[in-house]
Design a protein around this ligand. Structure first.
Ligand SMILES: NC(=O)C[C@H](N)C(=O)O
Length: 337
């Protein structure tokens, strides 16, 4: 009987990378002061016996780090492991436990490069498991529920926190002290309640199966850096980043990606030297940058990131640059993904 139930359940692999969801604090009152990346994947899974009613779950510790320290090498390592598992007929869904600081970057990266329609869910938590009212347990339970469901197939990489199912492309960490931390300017795709998912909308941008990028063809990622803009900004950071070898600079601009007149001549010169200039916005609730609005992008041969925030624009620029260095092609990709 037990073997029969097991055979019917989906096979879900939990790839653990660290973060607060694997964090531990000195006391239950420590919701904000703790060490990330302390608890191993086996302990995380064992802490939620109810997972066994959702799926046959097994864990793998891919790395054990706080996500602010993730490198391009880590991204590639994780991406390759996800791809191997997705290719296996014994795996129905993949969950990645991850720190929340760069969770949106990893989720978007996987959304671009994984050629599979199997569910890939990235999950984190805002409080360590040792804290009162820790959120990781339910977030992980929800992630496994979504990963084991047929309805999650073909919807791109998803993120489950705070009972919501978000698109890995759109979602961003908006606040660092609430469990309601992850938002998308365009709204969640659905909700998970008591292990069941309820869907309301679908992602419109190209992803996974429909993407022209494939982790199997990516050997390394080029250097793409971000420069932050504000009143009285100087061109020092832009110049230094270019000098250190950046192939593209994401301008984390004010408002609609506007560029200070103090910086425009430098960005024009850098573009002439071959550096791609990509205008994004750091406004909090979601930027929306349009070509030739605010700056003459056609004339300067710059690219706009549209609604991608600077950190997501960096991910797409790196992946795109593995295929092309043509600014028109880059712009096409920024509209399509
Ligand atoms: N809530 C978290 O997971 C934050 C942590 N610094 C991390 O990203 O690993």
């Amino acid at each position: 009987k037990e073997a029969e139930t097991q055979a019917k359940l989906a096979n879900v692999v939990v790839l653990a990378t660290g973060g607060t969801i694997a964090g531990a604090g000195a006391s239950a009152a420590n919701s904000a002061t703790y060490q990330a990346a302390k608890v191993g994947v086996e302990q995380l899974i064992a802490g939620i016996p109810e997972l066994s009613t959702l799926a046959n779950v097994r864990g793998e510790q891919v790395m054990q780090i706080a996500s602010e320290s993730i490198t391009n090498e880590n991204l590639l390592q994780l991406g390759r492991r996800v791809s191997e598992l997705a290719d296996s007929k014994d795996v129905d869904g993949i969950v990645i436990t991850h720190g929340t600081d760069t969770l949106e970057e990893t989720a978007y990266f996987l959304n671009l490069v994984e050629k599979t329609d199997k569910p890939i869910i990235v999950v984190g938590s805002m409080r360590p498991g040792t804290a009162m009212s820790a959120d990781g347990m339910l977030n992980l339970y929800n992630a496994v529920a979504v990963a084991s469901s047929k309805e999650a197939r073909g919807k791109g990489v998803l993120v489950t926190l705070n009972d919501e199912i978000q698109s890995g492309r759109d979602v961003s960490k908006m606040i660092n002290i609430k469990t309601e931390a992850f938002k998308s300017a365009w709204g969640p795709l659905g909700m998970v309640v008591e292990g069941k998912s309820y869907w309301f909308r679908l992602p419109a941008k190209r992803h996974t199966m429909d993407s022209e990028f494939d982790i199997k063809n990516i050997k390394s990622l080029p250097d793409v850096e971000i420069a932050y803009s504000y009143g009285n900004v100087s061109d020092t950071a832009y110049k230094a980043l270019a000098q250190s070898g950046a192939k593209a600079i994401i301008h984390a601009g004010t408002g609609n990606g506007s560029v200070s007149s103090r910086v425009v001549p430098t960005l024009q010169a850098l573009r002439k030297d071959g550096v791609q200039i990509i205008r994004s916005s750091h406004v909090n609730a979601g930027g929306f940058v349009l070509r030739n609005a605010e700056q003459p992008d056609d004339k300067y041969d710059w690219v706009v990131a549209h609604d991608l925030n600077p950190q997501k624009a960096r991910i797409l620029a790196m992946v795109a640059l593995t295929k092309t260095n043509d600014s028109k092609e880059l712009q096409r990709m920024f509209w399509e993904y």
